[in-house]
Design a protein around this ligand. Structure first.
Ligand code: ATP
Ligand code: MG
Length: 327
């Protein structure tokens, strides 16, 4: 069966790193059909819409989407695109690579973040000049979907023993209480081991000793903040991939943005987007190919060539070709 892959490069270095990742996927000679579509600042300028309907429809029907980055219009592009794939979980690995400067080189974590609710419910009000409020929504349904995904995730790979539930249910008893209880009961039903860590304690403990954690399951805001903290431990956002997974399709994107300071020069590091493409391969069931891409990127990061952000002077194309040569 041919898988259809939507390719949405977007703005800035998205235009450089996304084609680089597609080159890597093409080198694998899998029967993919790539369909490219526009989104972001440049299309807004041309057409008056940051996310044309045909781009949304493509992401909503393709088997998987590879997205680069969008500039000023980021929120108008990525939020609806996550909605197009009906994403309920955001997967953010934070892994340090050999030979790359990291605060904690032993870090190897995966965050599974609830992607639809919590304080990002959008239910904010300004009651008076003095008072504003936010309604934090947690549902059993979304917590259960996330927990079931997390159980499958850790069961499918030998390297994971279970997961940590990170929450603040001692204070937010109703909302995080429901989250914690639901996730825990699903894990118990499925025979998956869990432990629980309060999110504030987690922040300290992960900085001091990241090796005590592996897979972390958490509510939306906690996942957003704590995965960025973990990004700091592994040497910044530059190498980090991410996936937004829904019931039938998924969207993969580097964590970094459009990097306007280096856009158009052909020197952006394609690693985060190529690693996102490796996650796409795994999602579609190409486990061996995914592993091969991960290994090729790791070897390239360690031995070079490297782009300027990692102290080298190689171009995006040099790095991409080096990855392809190692496949
Ligand atoms: P945006 O608003 O699109 O997020 P930004 O100015 O915040 O843009 P980021 O893309 O978030 O820029 O990047 C932050 C910094 O990291 C920039 O200096 C950028 O050059 C650098 N950077 C980010 N991604 C890469 C990459 N893939 N290769 C090299 N440098 C990068
Ligand atoms: Mg940014």
């Amino acid at each position: 069966m041919t898988h259809e892959i939507a390719v949405i490069p977007g703005d800035g270095i998205g235009q450089e790193v996304t084609p680089a990742a597609v080159d890597v996927l093409e080198a694998l000679e899998i029967d993919f059909e790539f369909v490219e579509a526009d989104a972001g600042d440049a299309v807004l300028e041309e057409t008056g819409e940051a996310l044309p309907q045909e781009t949304y429809d493509l992401a909503a029907s393709a088997d998987a989407t590879l997205f680069g980055a969008a500039g000023e219009t980021a929120a108008d592009v990525i939020l609806p695109l996550r909605d197009a794939v009906d994403s309920f979980v955001n997967i953010r690995p934070a892994k340090a690579y050999p030979g790359i400067d990291a605060v904690r080189p032993e870090t190897d974590l995966v965050f599974l973040r609830e992607n639809t609710e919590g304080v990002y419910s959008g239910l904010e009000d300004r009651l008076t000049q003095d008072v504003s409020t936010l309604t934090r929504v947690v549902t059993e349904t979304a917590s259960r979907d996330l927990a079931e995904f997390a159980c499958d995730y850790v069961s499918e790979a030998d390297e994971h023993d279970g997961f940590s539930i990170v929450h603040k249910a001692n204070v937010m008893r109703e909302t995080d209480g429901l989250f914690r209880d639901t996730v825990k009961s699903v894990a118990d039903e499925e025979g998956v081991e869990t432990d629980e860590v309060l999110m504030d304690a987690f922040a300290t403990r992960v900085c001091l000793d990241p090796e005590q954690f592996d897979v972390i399951v958490c509510p939306n805001l906690a996942g957003d903040v704590l995965s960025d903290l973990a990004a700091g431990l592994v040497g910044g956002l530059g190498l980090l991939p991410s996936a937004n997974v829904g019931p039938d399709r998924a969207l993969f994107e580097p964590v970094h943005g459009t990097a306007p300071d280096i856009a158009g020069e052909g020197v952006a590091n394609p690693a985060a987007t190529i690693i996102s493409a490796a996650m796409l391969l795994e999602y579609l069931g190409y486990d061996e190919e995914s592993e091969a891409v991960h290994e090729a990127v790791e070897a390239t990061l360690e031995e070079g060539p490297r782009t300027a952000d990692l102290g080298g002077d190689a171009s995006t194309e040099d790095v991409t070709n080096a990855v392809i040569d190692r496949l």
